[in-house]
Design a protein around this ligand. Structure first.
Ligand code: KIV
Length: 254
């Protein structure tokens, strides 16, 4: 696999779809690279799928950096994006820059930031220093307490307009790509047509320039997690459980 760079990803818009998965460790990263996936996101979803928390809010910059280092060891070629976790940029642009720099030093090639106009000053500052930014609008999990959960966004006309405006604002601020999460397919397609940068969808239909999924979700690690948008490409829940049962049996019998 050849090294995937930001210019190579951006040039795909309108011609070739971008594949992205989350990943948190070297072992899975090696397989992600072997499969030829374009990009890896070390998402703050690690708080949920790695640490078992109910939301992403407790994740720290140091924890994301730790997982970025592990992923980079396992896969040198996919374009590596690190999530800026809750609390790592809210207090000031300076704090945001400091934490983004820490993630880049850990091995990330871009940072992802949730939000719209409120994060534009930080986006502009980071891109001015050569730190690529992936914006994230729609269902933004760090706003879980405001939204009251992880339900789809963009159901009302007002919300649709807000999400569209947010996408246009983060593009204007200099974002290099946008994740569109949990919004209607029609809105995601409309945003994708309006912006010049690639859009990466999750639970936003097929009209985006690429797709991202949490690796454990797409591999079917948890039989009880079945959101409507999720296509499972494996059933690791039963594969792993059955393998462990067999191992237990062998240990008992030998
Ligand atoms: O943290 C994460 O994994 C994400 C993706 C779901 C887009 O933000």
């Amino acid at each position: 696999m050849m090294k995937v760079t930001l210019p190579k990803l951006k040039i795909k818009k309108g011609t070739e779809k971008i594949s992205m998965v989350t990943c948190y460790d070297a072992s899975f990263a090696r397989l992600v690279e072997k499969a030829g996936i374009d990009s890896i996101l070390v998402g703050d979803s690690l708080g949920m799928v790695i640490c078992g928390e109910e939301n992403t809010l407790k994740v720290s910059t140091e924890e994301v950096a730790y997982h970025v280092k592990a992923v980079r060891k396992g896969a040198a070629n996919p374009f590596l994006i690190a999530d800026m976790p809750f609390g790592s940029y809210q207090d000031s642009v300076e704090t945001g820059v400091k934490n983004a720099v820490a993630l880049i030093k850990a091995g990330a090639e871009a940072v992802k930031i949730e939000g719209g106009s409120e994060v534009c000053p930080l986006i502009s500052k980071l891109v001015s220093f050569g730190i690529p930014v992936v914006a994230h609008v729609g269902l933004t999990p760090q706003y879980v307490h405001k939204f009251g959960g992880f339900a789809k966004r963009g159901k009302s006309e007002e919300e649709r307009r807000f999400i569209m405006d947010s996408a246009l604002e983060v593009e204007k601020a200099g974002a290099d790509m946008i994740v569109l999460e949990g919004i209607p397919e029609t809105l995601a397609s409309e945003i994708t047509k309006k912006v010049k940068i690639p859009t990466i969808g999750i639970g936003a239909g097929t009209g985006t320039d690429g797709q991202v999924l949490v690796i454990y979700d797409l591999l079917g690690m948890n039989a009880d997690f079945n959101p409507a948008f999720l296509k499972k490409y494996a059933d690791l829940d039963s594969v792993v459980t059955e393998a462990l049962k067999e191992y237990k049996k062998d240990v008992a019998e030998n």
